[in-house]
Design a protein around this ligand. Structure first.
Ligand code: HDD
Length: 712
């Protein structure tokens, strides 16, 4: 694998040891080859392979229950598993840090984490899918979780976000029904990690408030290329409180430096089988290669006085605040630059609570948020026990002092005779506003006690339509195909007919096409007119980096014996300098000999994988160098040809030179696409994301093509 320059690595390593990473050191052990086995109570163990038995030495007699060493080993194993998360069970995480640019947010909040540019706040972020179990595949169509833990000097702030800005339901009381409907069906536990089944589409068909979120989930956002290329959204409406006690409503946004990119559905399906850990490996690979993912952190703010000035309720989590109405203000950035040392203690035990806020950040009456504030703490008690906040990954880096005591797995030993307030020694006395006590902003509330939602919560299709209208033609096509795929998996006529009727409230053509595909109800006319409005910020193309980049992209170089070594060395260096990684794929994972080298000699380039070991789906682009014998071998290798065809089918960039270009031309069998200029020509031919040339000077055109090619 190619690597990045040592200068970049140096810059990153200087911030790797955040205060939280240092805090975890007291719980981190590292063993060496001189470490000897012990029991959990520290007694050295001389044999961990044979249970204590009664034996005359030649025959194996009965095993003795007396063997405390064997019993301990089995006991510990029997209890290794804890309940997986009831949703978002599948995920991975990494450490990093957060910084604000300046104090521009201090007008709205007194939270130093959001206003003090001299601070580096340690963070831990866990990405996840929602529906599947802990062992399900990464690339399924689903919403992605984007949960952030900020270890601030004022306590922990958890921002439990998703990669989609809205949610399926408006009121938390519906969450158990929604989750039951989306999860595998109860009678047979099928399907795993997918929304493509009767119960999900039945539920969302009967809950039109889901329509907006369904549009997002069926768009390319549902199949991200990488966790590193996802936007994040706090979804709920929170509040910010400034030093004068004034409150504003806020939504939080995370915008990835590399842009927002997706897989195509065929790739996502294949990768789910070929490499179910694709996303977690991708995150670790980028961090370990020294290309830590980075996001801009931004806020949208609405003043209290403007709360009712919109045609939607700003506390409704099925609605966005369109950027044309409420600008998105970048205030900081964050980087994930450190992989975990051990998965279970860090990623599995990390636990988030929307109710964990710090002074300067507060809640709103968003009915989804209010329910979440109850649910997260509660679920951690089942998973991790009441003292879950003492687990190293969850504990704050600031002092913790209160009179909460005991409970299962209490780790803290608090000296002294006082465990209550008030007490004669003034121990653990309440803090004051001056010393940083959390203060709720004053809010006047008058109302009747009743089970309702506000009147503006009743409109469900305006923003679903806005989202659909805002997609580019290719994004619309993908969305139509996605819904058609999903409804095709529903075999209850009431379900697929029901949802095609819902679609007609969003867009007539969308409803008609999907209904035709899945035998739904083909409408004669729209159920409601299309308002025709659109917003460019809703298309993921909007987030393409200003300067095109191939950083962290994976490029496969296909070679066989007889390839042009000079060319491969040069192109790898060029891609590496652009921070892409190159992977050599050959007929065997061993030495592949270049033109002029003797087979079996000490020379040769060791391939990272062989053609059967990996597939084109794992890579963002292909490159085929020149070399006559190598080209002949590739043309005769069915799998190598499949690599090129499949990559082309997934609209990936393909670069080729000389005889390599002839291989590509042969593989694609597209004579009308002029792939190959004459072998002596300097012409670079670029068509359909394929860049070929007869002569060597090809690299800048190739890098340009790769920059534009990867996308949704
Ligand atoms: Fe939730 C986990 C995001 C609504 C109840 N949720 C969970 C995670 C994320 C979200 C990212 C994974 C956290 C981790 O990595 O450990 N959830 C959301 C968003 C929502 C949302 C963005 C809508 C705005 N959630 C929601 C509601 C409820 C829950 C309405 C319950 C009333 N969520 C949970 C949970 C989970 C959870 C059951 C499972 C594991 C956990 O909390 O720690 O409590």
């Amino acid at each position: 694998m190619s690597s990045i320059t040592s200068a970049v690595k140096g810059a990153i390593s200087s911030v790797v040891n955040t205060a939280k990473v240092n805090d975890l050191k007291s719980n981190t052990v590292e063993h060496t080859s001189s470490s000897e086995l012990t029991t959990d109570h520290g007694v050295k163990v001389g044999d961990t392979d044979n249970w204590l038995k009664v034996s005359d030495g030649s025959s194996t007699g009965p095993s003795l229950l007396e063997d405390q060493i064997a019993r301990e080993k089995i006991h510990r194993f029997d209890h290794e598993r804890i309940p997986e998360r009831v949703v978002h069970a599948r995920g991975t995480g990494a450490h990093g840090y957060f910084k604000v640019f300046d104090n521009r947010a201090s007008k709205y909040t007194c939270a130093p984490v959001l206003t003090d540019p001299s601070r580096t706040t340690p963070i831990f972020v866990r990405f996840s899918t929602v529906q599947g179990s802990k062992g399900s595949a990464d690339t399924v169509r689903d919403v992605r979780g984007f949960a952030m833990k900020f270890y601030t000097d004022e306590g922990i702030w958890d921002l439990v976000a998703n990669d989609i800005p809205v949610f399926f339901i408006q009121d938390a009381i519906k969450f158990p029904d929604f989750v039951h409907a989306v999860k595998p069906e109860p009678h047979n536990e099928v399907p795993q990690g997918q929304t493509a089944h009767n119960n999900f589409w039945d539920f969302v068909g009967l809950q039109p408030e889901s329509a907006h979120m369904v549009m997002w989930a069926m768009s390319d956002r549902g199949v991200p290329r990488s966790y590193r290329m996802m936007q994040g959204f706090g979804v709920n409406t929170f509040t910010l409180i400034n030093s004068e006690g004034q409150r504003v409503f806020v939504k939080f946004h995370m915008i990835p430096e590399l842009g927002v990119h997706s897989l195509v559905w065929d790739e996502a399906l294949k990768i789910a089988g070929q490499d179910p850990d694709f996303h977690r490996k991708d995150l670790n690979e980028a961090i370990e290669a020294g290309c830590p993912p980075k996001w801009t952190f931004a806020i949208q703010v609405i003043e209290e006085k403007d709360e009712h000035n919109f045609d939607f309720d700003i506390l409704d989590a099925t609605k966005i605040w369109p950027e044309s109405l409420v600008p998105v203000m970048p205030i900081g950035e964050f980087v994930l630059n450190r992989t975990v040392d051990e998965f279970f203690p860090e990623v599995e035990q990390v636990a988030f609570c929307t109710s964990h806020v710090v002074p300067g950040i507060g809640f709103s009456d968003d009915p989804l948020l209010q329910g979440r504030n109850f649910s997260y703490f509660d679920t951690q008690i089942t998973r991790l026990g009441i003292n879950w906040e003492q687990i190293p990954i969850n504990r704050p880096i600031c002092p913790v002092m209160n009179h909460n005591r005991d409970g299962s797995r209490q780790h803290r030993i608090t000296k002294g005779s006082i465990n209550y307030w008030p007490n004669r020694d003034n121990i653990g006395h309440p803090a004051t506003p001056e010393t940083g006590a959390y203060l709720e902003a004053k809010q006047k509330i008058i109302g009747m006690k009743q089970r309702i939602r506000g009147s503006k919560f009743q409109e469900h299709f305006n923003q679903a339509q806005l989202f659909y209208n805002s997609l580019t033609p290719v994004e619309k096509l993908h969305l139509i195909k996605a819904i058609s795929f999903e409804l095709d998996h529903c075999d209850d006529q009431r379900v697929y007919e029901g949802y095609t009727k819902i679609l007609n409230h969003i867009d007539f053509d969308l409803a008609k096409t999907v209904a035709q595909n899945v035998n739904g109800v083909i409408p004669d006319s729209p159920a409601r007119p299309n308002h025709g409005k659109s917003d460019p910020t809703l298309s993921q193309f909007y987030y393409a980096p200003k300067t095109p980049t191939i950083a962290t992209r994976r490029i496969a170089i296909l070679i066989a014996d007889g390839f042009n070594e000079t060319e491969v060395t040069a192109i790898r260096a060029i891609f590496a300098s652009a921070l892409a990684t190159t992977w050599v794929i050959g007929p065997r994972r061993g030495k592949i000999y270049a033109a002029g080298q003797t087979l079996g000699s000490g020379q040769g380039l060791v391939a990272d994988h062989h053609f059967e070991g990996q597939r084109s789906t794992m890579f963002d682009a292909l490159y085929v160098p020149s070399g006559m014998e190598h080209a002949k071998a590739l043309v005769e290798n069915g799998r190598a040809i499949h690599w090129i065809r499949e990559a082309f089918g997934h609209c990936k960039a393909i670069g080729a030179i000389g005889e390599g270009a002839a291989v590509v031309q042969h593989a694609l069998g597209l004579p009308e696409v002029q792939l190959f200029s004459s072998p002596d020509s300097d012409n670079v031919v670029a068509s359909y994301g394929v860049v070929t040339t007869g002569k060597y000077d090809f690299t800048s055109a190739a890098t340009d093509a790769l920059k534009i090619a990867p996308g949704p």
